[in-house]
Design a protein around this ligand. Structure first.
Ligand SMILES: [Fe+2]
Length: 393
C-alpha cells in the first residue's frame, strides 16, 4: 500500500486495502495496517474516507497507538491551518466562544461506554434520594422516561428540612435529572436498579460505621442535620468514581461529560461537607456525646474498610499530618497528600454501596445488585429489568 501510495496511485493502494478487508480471518487488518491506511488517505486529501477508516478501526476494538495519534494530530493541524485561514477571512472581530477542535475526532470510544454507564447507578441513587427528600416524589413523577423501566426506589420519603437545606436539596435533585439525561444521551443507559433508600438502610450504614447498634436507629429523614449526614454518604463516591474513570476514557464527548459531572458532583459534596463542618462540634441527639464530626469520621473509616484499598476517604477533621500539606486538621474536603481527589474503581464502589465489602455480594443500597455490564459481570447475572440501551442520539 505504501509503495503504491508513494507512486501516486492511491486508488490502487485502496484496492489492496479492500482486498485485505475482504479476506477477513485470513488477512485481518491490524492496528498498523489501519493506521497506514488512515495516513495514506489523509495525505491524499481524502479526509472523510480517512476518518471512516479510523472509526472502523475503533469499532473493531483496536485502541489507537502513539503512531495513530500522531497521524491524527498531523491531519488536524493541517485542517486547523485551513480553517484558521477561513476564520481570518470571515472573522468580523467578535468574541470567540467555541473551544478548539478536539485532538482526537472520536466523540465516544467503545471502551468509554461501560465505565460511564456504571456511573448511572450512583446518579439514579442521588436523584431519587434528593428528589424524594425535597419534593416527596422521584424520577417516576419528574422524569419517568429516564428510569428506562427500572423499579421504583424502596423507602425514599420527604425529609423534614429547614428552608436552606430544602432549597439546596431541591436544586441538587433536579441537577441529578440532568446528569442522568446527559449520560444516557452520550453513552446510552440501562434501567434504574432497585435502590434501597429506606431509613432502616441508612440506619444499617451508621450501625456499621459505629460497630454497634445506635438506639434509636439513625433516621436520615428526621431533620436537616441527619439528612446532611446521610448526604455525606453518597455524592463523595461519585467524585471517587469519576476520578477513577477519567484515565480510562478517551472520546471527546465522554471526557466533556465526565468533567461536567465531576465538577458538579464535587460541588455538591463540598456544600454538604461545609454545612456539616459548621455543625462539627454539635452532638447528635439522642446519641449522647457523639458529634457530627465523629459521624463523618466513622462513615469515612467504614467506607475505607469496606473498599479494602487503603485510605481514600477522610472525615471533617483529621490529624494535622493527614491534612492539606500535613499542617492542618481542618478537612472540609477529603483529598490525598497533594490535595487531589481520591480515585476508586467500580469494584471498590460496589463493596461500599452493597455494604458487604464484596462486589459479588449485593445488599445495602442495591439489594438486587447494581445494573450495567460492569456490575452485572461481578454478579454473573444479566442486566436487571430490561437491558442495555444505545445512546439516544
Ligand atoms: Fe450527579
Amino acid at each position: 500500500m505504501h509503495w503504491l501510495a508513494r507512486a501516486g496511485d492511491v486508488d490502487a493502494a485502496m484496492r489492496v486495502w479492500e482486498e485485505m478487508r475482504s479476506r477477513r480471518g485470513k488477512c485481518r487488518p491490524t492496528l498498523v495496517s489501519y493506521t497506514a491506511c488512515v495516513k495514506i488517505l489523509f495525505h491524499a486529501g481524502r479526509a472523510a474516507e480517512g476518518r471512516r477508516v479510523f472509526e472502523e478501526m475503533v469499532a473493531e476494538g483496536l485502541r489507537p497507538s502513539c503512531t495513530t495519534y500522531t497521524v491524527l494530530i498531523e491531519h488536524l493541524a493541517d485542517a486547523a491551518k485551513a480553517s484558521a485561514v477561513a476564520v481570518e477571512i470571515s472573522d468580523c472581530g467578535g468574541p470567540r466562544c467555541q473551544p478548539p477542535a478536539p485532538h482526537v475526532p472520536v466523540p465516544v470510544f467503545p471502551y468509554d461506554i461501560d465505565p460511564m454507564q456504571f456511573a448511572l447507578n450512583l446518579e439514579y441513587t442521588e436523584a431519587e434520594f434528593f428528589l424524594h427528600a425535597a419534593f416527596g416524589v422521584g424520577l417516576d413523577q419528574i422524569a419517568p422516561n429516564l428510569t428506562l423501566g427500572g423499579p421504583p426506589p424502596v423507602g425514599a420519603m420527604k425529609a423534614n428540612l429547614d428552608e436552606v437545606t430544602w432549597r439546596i436539596t431541591a436544586e441538587f435533585g433536579l441537577q441529578e435529572v440532568g446528569h442522568i439525561r446527559a449520560i444516557q444521551n452520550t453513552v446510552g443507559g440501562f434501567p434504574r436498579p432497585k435502590i434501597d433508600l429506606s431509613a432502616s438502610n441508612f440506619a444499617r450504614v451508621m450501625d456499621q460505621a459505629f460497630g454497634y447498634h445506635l438506639d434509636p436507629p439513625f433516621d436520615p429523614y428526621m431533620d436537616s442535620r441527619n439528612f446532611l449526614m446521610a448526604c455525606y454518604v453518597i455524592p463523595y463516591l461519585g467524585i471517587n468514581g469519576y476520578t477513577g474513570t477519567n484515565p480510562i476514557i478517551d472520546g471527546y464527548a465522554t471526557k466533556h461529560l465526565l468533567a461536567g459531572l465531576l465538577g458538579v458532583e464535587a460541588g455538591q459534596d463540598a456544600v454538604f461537607r461545609a454545612l456539616l463542618f459548621e455543625r462539627r462540634s454539635e452532638t447528635v441527639p439522642p446519641y449522647k456525646g457523639i458529634t457530627v464530626a465523629e459521624f463523618t469520621d466513622r462513615i469515612s473509616a467504614a467506607r475505607n474498610q469496606l473498599a479494602k484499598c487503603g485510605v481514600k476517604d477522610e472525615g471533617l477533621t483529621v490529624p494535622p499530618e493527614l491534612g492539606a500539606e500535613g499542617r492542618i486538621c481542618t478537612n472540609v474536603l477529603s483529598a490525598d497528600r497533594d490535595s487531589l481527589s481520591y480515585a476508586r474503581t467500580p469494584a471498590e464502589l460496589l463493596r461500599i454501596l452493597y455494604l458487604s465489602g464484596d462486589e459479588h455480594v449485593p445488599g445495602g443500597f442495591f439489594p438486587e445488585g447494581a445494573n450495567g455490564k460492569i456490575a452485572r459481570e461481578f454478579l454473573r447475572k444479566p442486566f436487571a429489568a430490561g437491558g442495555n440501551r444505545v445512546p439516544a442520539n
